[in-house]
Design a protein around this ligand. Structure first.
Ligand code: HXC
Length: 517
């Protein structure tokens, strides 16, 4: 007995109708803008032939206001899972060509289902967001659908990696779900995110604005901090997704993909010395240091345009995957401010949940003094950094390159904040404040009496550096593990990481700490 041919024909027709609904001219226009269709995005993400779609035939409920007779292929979202190498990944992609990818009850059910599948199988979720937000016709059903999606985002948070690719104009609820995920990639020219658009802002506040000002990829990457990466187009965004995943485990019970077969070289990199300016007031270029330290000079920087006074990103040390947190003295002298604290705290939490060791490179003059900083809540933001480092239980290796002053010394993962090993270069200065400021504070009267005030101040500052702020002083009091040559840093970090990978740290049982927000 064979299946009736007309049944097969019906199946083929139904599949074609759902999957080939975009006119070729429309598709060409999208391609010209660097956009792929929803199905092309899914195809570009997965290894050929490994994607299994779930819910292709799912439909909206026609009783909703104004929805009679509307035919919405796959209800505007493609959901399922596939393979990237031997890693399974769940994915969904909203289809803007179907009622602007708007989210109704059925679309929400499909998305929530895909996320719960990821949760139970312990695999990452990749979400392509391309949506006008809540489907207006579906009213409270659409809102409830968003509630379900947000709830699933939170359930998955800290269990499996969640990556959002924002590749179209995402309004309202479509912007909240990415914000609940671990990484947000936005495409440079085609994506926007906002809760309310320019017209609503004008109507409510009277202020004229543009979508660029309130929602562009560049704005979110550099100003609001809502985007971690900017991609040039859809294909680049997908490449970035794969790159991010190459540093992450599938879930929180697994280790990241370390390659422990890599040998640790014991060579000294004398060139590192050349990167350190002789004058302590001249800034050090931290990117150059990082490039010399990590495998093949490769850093996948996260939040590259946001709070550029700190650098965070993924790299490898002799095969071990790490998260790097570093001050960047070339920007604002590397001082920590509100946004830097948010950027670091968030990244440290991300590394902690996915068992990624931290390498912290310190050259920090302090928290940025200022009225805006105080009024903006630098105390609670700085506390967030302290909280994030102290609660992180993955291996933590800190290297103090030059300045480490005051609260920022602690906030950059000192021994007290749980660093497993702290190395310092001979150029390190560890103190409550910089030498010049300390001398001014402590010797004001002596300086007033001095014949040559500047010369006396410089002399005292040098004494302060040599006697109080010297790394040997910290080492003598056993606040640091060792003073090392800059050229030894890579091998020291590599060894320290290998030795602490098996670290287990038990904390008091609790629901969760109450991190300052
Ligand atoms: C239903 C929608 C829709 C929506 C767009 N469409 N958004 N249908 N619900 N949310 C429809 C349009 O009517 C149009 O249908 C088609 O999709 C394409 O939309 P266009 O406007 O022609 O596209 P474009 O010019 O590219 O503009 C895209 C857009 C704009 C910027 C997204 O459509 C827009 O501003 N949409 C409304 C956004 C919004 O207010 N969403 C609700 C947010 S509130 P036709 O038939 O003409 O082709 C929200 C609450 C959630 O999300 C709260 C959770 C916390």
């Amino acid at each position: 007995m064979t299946i009736k041919p007309e049944l097969m024909e019906t199946l083929r027709k139904k599949r074609a109708k759902i999957s080939q609904h975009i006119a070729p001219e429309k598709l060409s226009t999208m391609h010209a803008k660097g956009m792929l269709s929803a199905r092309e995005r899914i195809d570009a993400l997965f290894d050929a032939g490994t994607f299994q779609e779930v819910g292709m035939h799912a439909r909206h409920n026609a009783v909703h206001f104004g929805m009679e007779g509307k035919d919405l292929p796959a209800d505007g979202v493609i959901t399922g899972s596939g393979y990237l190498g031997n890693q399974q990944i769940a994915a969904f992609c909203q289809d803007f060509s179907v009622m602007a990818g708007s989210l109704g009850k059925m679309q929400a059910r499909k998305i929530s289902r895909a996320m719960r599948y990821a949760l139970k199988t312990g695999i990452p979720v990749v979400a392509f967001k391309d949506s006008g937000g809540a489907r207006i016709q579906e009213g409270v059903d659409a809102l409830s659908g968003y509630g379900d999606v947000f709830y699933a985002n939170v359930l998955l948070s800290g269990v499996v990696p969640q990556i959002a690719v924002v590749c179209g104009p995402c309004a309202g609820g479509a912007a909240y779900s990415p914000a609940l995920m671990d990484f947000v990639i936005m495409t440079r020219n085609n994506s926007y995110m906002c809760l309310t658009g320019p017209e609503v802002i004008k109507a409510v506040t009277g202020r004229t604005t543009t979508m660029n000002e309130i929602g562009s990829a560049e704005m979110h990457a550099a100003v609001s901090g809502n985007a971690h990466f900017v991609a040039e187009d859809d294909q680049h965004a997908i490449d970035l997704v794969k790159h991010i995943l190459s540093y992450l485990p599938s879930n929180n019970t697994e280790d990241p993909p370390h390659d422990l077969s890599t040998a640790i070289e014991e060579t000294t990199d004398h060139g590192m010395n050349d990167l350190i300016p002789a004058d302590p007031s001249e800034p050090l270029e931290m990117y150059a240091v990082i490039r010399r330290l990590v495998d093949n000079g490769e850093l996948l920087e996260v939040h590259a345009s946001f709070a550029r006074n700190v650098i965070v990103g993924f790299a490898r040390f002799s095969g071990v995957v790490v998260g790097i947190v570093a001050n960047q003295p070339m920007v604002m002298a590397g001082a920590l401010d509100l946004n830097a604290a948010d950027k670091v705290a968030r990244f440290v939490r991300t590394c902690n949940v996915f068992n990624i060791p931290l390498v912290t490179l310190v050259d920090v003059p302090g928290f940025l003094p200022g009225v805006e900083e105080e009024r903006g809540g630098i105390i609670r933001h700085g506390a967030k950094m302290l909280f994030a480092f102290a609660s992180c239980t993955t291996p933590k290796i800190t290297v103090i390159l030059r300045k480490a002053y005051g609260g920022s010394y602690l906030a950059m993962c000192s021994q007290e904040l749980g660093a497993d090993m702290v190395f310092a270069w001979p150029t390190a200065e560890i103190a409550v404040m910089g030498a010049d400021a300390a001398v001014k504070m402590l010797y004001r009267k002596d300086l007033d009496k001095a014949e040559d005030r500047a010369a006396r101040a410089a002399e005292l500052a040098q004494e302060y550096r040599d006697e109080f702020a010297s790394p040997y002083e910290a080492a003598a009091n056993f606040y640091i593990t060792d003073v090392i040559e800059p050229g030894e840093t890579r091998s020291m970090i590599s060894l320290a990481l290998r030795k602490t990978l098996g670290k287990r740290e038990l904390r008091p049982s609790k629901k969760h700490g109450n991190m300052p927000m």
